[in-house]
Design a protein around this ligand. Sequence first.
Ligand code: ATP
Length: 266
Amino acid sequence: MQNFITINDISKTFWSSDGKVETPVIQPLSLSIDEGELVMFLGPSGCGKTTLMRIVGGLETQDKGSITLAGDVLSDPDRRRGMVFQAYSSFPWLTVRQNIKFGTRYRKDISNAEKEEVTDRYLNMVGLSNYADFYTNRISGGMRQRVAIARTLASSPDVLLMDEPFGALDAQTREFLQFQLMDINKQEKKTTIFVTHDVEEAILLADRILIFSARPTRVIKEIRVGDVLPYDDRRNGTANMEAFFRMRGEILEILRQEYRRAQGET
Ligand SMILES: Nc1ncnc2c1ncn2[C@@H]1O[C@H](COP(=O)(O)OP(=O)(O)OP(=O)(O)O)[C@@H](O)[C@H]1O
């Protein structure tokens, strides 16, 4: 479905607690995301990427504008939007398996037996079957993040919202989960918004990269990665490296220019 998520003229300003200092973060901004699309948000630090994602997730309210999901206007958080943050979040009094199963708790579309199957499926997918009965305060941070991702997927949201989910992971776990996410996105056609600082991660994962300006933010560049680097090549590790590095260089230059512009140098 085209325009599965639409962001219509959203604006947001934060105010200091005494109401004297305003920080305009998002000026009227509109964009749309298709069903099954994996869109990466890139932009200078503090430009408003997380704020925009939190507004899409219903965790932050916009001053003006609206968000629709499959035609429905969104407000409060609901099960249709699943969020994964950088900080590892899991319930330490539950085992790995129980944590993941917790994601299925409010699902009415599947039976109890299917909830067990779904739990096992995501437990395997994130490579934690051998740790199923461990409490999550007895596993590493990277493993806890895998639990959080599996739990969110088990809840079967229509949209996955990921805020630097792999930012704190070691290189191997990060790469493993990046490929898992690519597979999930393609197999389940899971619409995903993913915030990152990592240009290479953005190119590896994205159907489309949106580069945001400094505050108040707007989209300054849109890149359909697959036009230059076909998805299968990226997934199989056979991407044209010259094209990869050219795209990386172009993006870094846009970010550099935006940084300088925001500092008043250009
Ligand atoms: N609750 C809040 N109250 C006041 N200001 C806020 C609040 N949340 C965010 N901000 C400010 O809004 C701006 C955008 O923050 P946001 O976290 O959305 O940026 P970001 O692009 O995700 O940054 P980063 O890439 O560094 O994570 C920043 O200047 C931040 O200080």
